[in-house]
Design a protein around this ligand. Structure first.
Ligand code: FES
Ligand code: FE2
Length: 387
């Protein structure tokens, strides 16, 4: 299924043709998405329960768990989850909750030989088994084998750790369609997080089209990139949008067979439903859009690189990341502005045009997963929230 994505040479060819013709990829039709889908509480709950908890969702990069005992803990679909690498090298994920009286076990990331609860110090092994209870005679007859951490389905593939909370199996076919973006020498450079006062789908949409480059990113991305010139591909429920840099024109002087896309464009991979992987000359940025409420999203951003081993590389990574961060601020402003506009009742639906085909693909797949009722329910009015 990975072959559904064109190779670099074909992508470069399509981009150069678009430059010559002043065109871009077009989708098969426009898409109208009801604004209720961004503000309704029943719809939000349906997305959490039927999409985000049932889909195999990338939880973190493998590089965030480099050694035995490395862990990453955060919420996924409103559920505290911890992923941790065991003594056998396997990554397992659990509901991040003590089996005694339910205290969340760990926060953030780090490395531990075992997980010990802060409240009464019950201790769990890296495999989730309950190993120790202080003053265990206070729990006569308690079968420790029944009090291990509650696991969630976990799969490590393509340099990513996937979790599926409420499904008995992770459908592997979907994951095997993904490309390999990270070699063994890729390391986690930084992890950052921030909240945005917008629905998670509005934030996602901002990654998936280049129609706004000139007007939103006039002084950041536009001087280096084309406006509204993209190649859009779908693979399974996922998509990939290519954003070419102006310097790609230099490739015209190179025979087609020798061209590569490295340093000439950004690929944005949308891994359904809520993860974006964006490639840059010095790094790859993985952004998890974690829905917190119908009008609030937490963005967790992992920056990875294979150049962090020397000072020159670290400087280049930091410069590239700062450049992208400046554009990302502009995208978040637009997401918040769109969210504030939802309550104005000017639109019954958002209209996505032919340039916004990756967003159409996203909504078509959401609709397919949610089923015929699409999580419809009573409209909930939300007060505008300042960003
Ligand atoms: S709640 Fe964790 S040990 Fe008591
Ligand atoms: Fe943008």
């Amino acid at each position: 299924m990975a072959a559904l994505l064109a190779d670099d040479r074909a992508i470069v060819e399509r981009i150069l043709t678009h430059i010559d013709r002043n065109t871009t990829d077009l989708s098969a039709g426009i898409w109208r998405e009801p604004v209720d889908h961004y503000i309704s509480q029943p719809r939000f709950s349906a997305e959490i329960e039927r999409v985000l908890r049932l889909s195999p969702t990338p939880f973190c990069p493998s590089a965030a768990l480099p050694e035995v005992g490395s862990y990453v803990a955060r919420e996924a679909a409103l559920t505290p989850i911890v992923a941790i690498r065991g003594h056998d090298g396997v990554v397992r994920a659990f509901r991040n909750v003590c089996r005694h009286r339910g205290v969340q076990l760990v926060d953030g990331s780090g490395c531990k030989p075992a997980l010990t609860c802060r409240y009464h110090a019950w201790t769990y092994g890296l495999d989730g088994r309950l190993r120790g209870i202080p003053d265990a005679h206070g729990f006569p007859g308690l079968d420790k084998t029944k009090y291990g951490l509650v696991p969630v389905r976990t799969l490590e593939a393509h340099g990513l750790v996937f979790v599926t909370q409420d499904e008995p199996e992770i459908p592997n076919a979907e994951i095997s369609a993904l490309p390999d973006l990270f070699g063994a020498d890729w390391r986690l450079y930084t992890t950052t997080a921030q909240e945005v006062a917008a629905n998670w789908k509005i934030v996602a949409e901002g990654f998936l089209e280049g129609y706004h480059i000139r007007s939103t990113h006039a002084e950041t991305f536009y001087p280096r990139q084309y406006d509204n010139l993209n190649v859009v591909e779908a693979f399974g429920r996922n998509s990939r949008v290519s954003f070419p840099y102006r310097r790609i024109e230099k490739l015209r002087a190179i025979p087609a067979a020798e061209r590569t896309a490295a340093g000439m464009l950004t690929y944005v991979y949308h891994l359904f439903p809520n993860v974006m992987l964006a490639t840059f000359p010095t790094n790859v940025i993985m952004t998890v859009l974690e829905p917190k409420a119908a009008d609030r999203t937490r963005l967790v951003t992992y920056t990875l690189s294979n150049m962090a081993g020397h000072q020159e590389g670290r400087t280049a990574i930091a410069q590239g990341r700062d450049f992208v961060a400046a554009g990302a601020v502009e995208d978040r402003d637009m997401a918040c502005a769109a969210q504030r506009g939802l309550g104005a009742r000017a639109n019954d639906a958002f209209t996505f045009g032919l340039f916004e085909g990756a967003i159409r693909h996203f909504h078509q797949n959401l609709e397919a997963v949610l089923g015929p009722d699409r999580g419809r329910g009573a409209r909930v009015e939300l007060a505008p929230t300042p960003c």
